[in-house]
Design a protein around this ligand. Structure first.
Ligand code: PNS
Length: 188
């Protein structure tokens, strides 16, 4: 019949289309990026990364390098800390980036940025950052995940302050991260 392919050709086109669909859905891995300063990564960060690892096929924890800030931990120490704290998560890897987050995300073919929210106080800063990132790249979504209640008071700056003043911060971070913080403190 005019306009139609012979039966066998139609079957072949259908099979090829189905195969392409299966191939695409198997090769299109959902990649999420958890960006942050991680100076140091806290148990709250780890909790959010664990949640992201359940939602995405692959997660990159991206340590931001900001030359205008003077962090307690060097980029290498922050990377080592993130790696140690997430070593139990097989689909999570750590990397560092400088410049715009949206450009880094595009370079990795990531579909989403994942950020943790502890309380309403975080919302304004996070909302602003999400809006700026959306303005810069409409293809990238920002997803917010709530931390566990028991980690809702934790922040990197609290850990740094307690550590610098000689307090006990060991329950606030992964043990390997605590050792990295202790080493950084002893060399300052
Ligand atoms: O843990 P932090 O300090 O809240 O993380 C902030 C970070 C690193 C995610 C943010 O400063 C960032 O994305 N920096 C990269 C520069 C950028 O893209 N700026 C535009 C969006 S605000």
């Amino acid at each position: 019949m005019a306009g139609f392919l012979p039966w066998r050709s139609e079957q072949a086109v259908f099979a090829a289309g189905r195969w392409a669909y299966v191939l695409e859905s198997e090769t299109m891995r959902r990649l999420g990026i958890c960006p942050g300063s991680f100076d140091p990564p806290t148990l709250g960060h780890v909790d959010v990364i664990e949640r992201a690892a359940r939602l995405f096929d692959e997660v990159i924890v991206a340590v931001g390098v900001n030359n205008s800030k003077r962090p307690l931990l060097s980029t290498e120490q922050r990377l080592a800390a993130v790696k140690a704290a997430t070593a139990h998560l097989p689909n999570v890897r750590a990397d560092s980036f400088s410049g715009l987050l949206v450009e880094y995300a595009a370079s990795q073919n990531a579909g989403a940025i994942v950020r943790g929210l502890r309380a309403t106080a975080d919302f304004e800063y996070e909302f602003q950052m999400a809006m700026v990132n959306r303005r810069l790249s409409d293809k990238l979504e920002t997803v917010f995940l709530m931390t566990k209640w028991e980690h809702s008071y934790l922040s990197s700056s609290i850990v740094r302050e307690v550590a610098l003043l000689g307090g006990d911060y060991r329950g606030m971070v992964h043990p390997a991260v605590a050792d990295i913080v202790a080493a950084a403190l002893s060399s300052t």
